[in-house]
Design a protein around this ligand. Sequence first.
Ligand code: NDP
Ligand code: DGY
Length: 366
Amino acid sequence: MESVSVLMPRPTFPYLEQELDKRFKLLRLWDYPHSTQFLKDNANSIRAIVVNSVDPAKKLIEALPKLEIVTNYGVGVDNIDLNRCKERRIRVTNTPDVLTDEAADLAIGLILALLRRLCECDRYVRSGRWKLGAYKLTTKMKSLICDCNCEIRMEAEERVLCSGMGQHRHPSGLFWNGQRTNQIERGDREGKDDFSGKRVGIIGLGRIGMAVARRAEAFNCSICYHSRTKKPESQYKYYPSVVELASNCDILVVACSLTKETHGIIDRKIMDALGPKGALINIGRGKHVDEKELVSALLEGRLGGAAMDVFENEPHVPQELFGLENVVLSPHIGSATVETRTAMADVVIGNLEAHFRGKTLLTPLV
Ligand code: NDP
Ligand code: DGY
């Protein structure tokens, strides 16, 4: 297979490149789509491409008349026109399952980072501002802690840091970082910063959505979902519309695939339904969310907070989000562990080998 030309339009993971180099004639097109001369010169010899979920593969596929197989280094295939590939009898594969756990882990990580304000806490500690100081108690605070025999020592800044996502607009709420917090009645808290016991709504109860649900259950959360279809085998509550789901959960996790129907699925209506104490987590695709509306909803306090791993036009991230503390941003790293990226690479290589040896593909889509 050393003579089979396989094209990669972008550097991805070194192991994948090394392994492809060993087995095929790997052509690197790092300046695509800026320079097309190399593509023109090699178009008639390229039989396979390895694309990343964010590569603009649609145009690339059209430029390759001898293309037999598109292997996507990722599970989401919104970057590929599957119908067109079917028409041209081009096989398409992706990397399902091997990344499910890691993507779900990231969703939980983002929830915890947002609710417990971990990024902000980290910045606070690094800044050297963490000091203990006596805090003057208000009457309301005293009455709330009357049964606690503990010393309350903290500074105002620390109190705000410990007071959770919703407290950005309610800095008066009592909350501190000792073990005694449980003794304060839930109703007295204005922020919503516990994860345990929350209502988690999931859009897309597929492989990753299901893995998020199982993890959230371990945090004693109640789970509800919206998908194209109701899952009779699932005990979770199903909502036939996203707005109903958003109105009935505290944390909304977007884990569906990107299609015409799910493009912009998180609009103003959904953000308002989620509300000033609600948290939006997006690990699906950036295009699920109307980013302009997201910025307005956060700035106007209509949405409690957001944690995003994906963005509409990556790597562009709306500047307005940078100044907001009730936002956690990560650079599309759902599957980015060495083990998972290695497993994904093995699936890509396995599919290419199977195709060029005339065997059954491991993960065929088309
Ligand atoms: P699955 O195919 O298993 O799940 C996709 C889910 O999306 C299904 O539950 C499906 O519903 C749902 N869905 C599709 N269309 C609609 C719709 N119109 N309305 C509501 N729900 C819909 O895929 P995975 O779970 O493996 O992956 C999901 C997505 O996550 C990927 O497509 C990718 O975009 C993204 N992803 C992001 C990563 C990251 O790094 N941030 C990492 C990996 C994946 P139904 O079950 O009813 O068909
Ligand atoms: C996927 O697998 O779809 C991820 O977004 C990684 O690109």
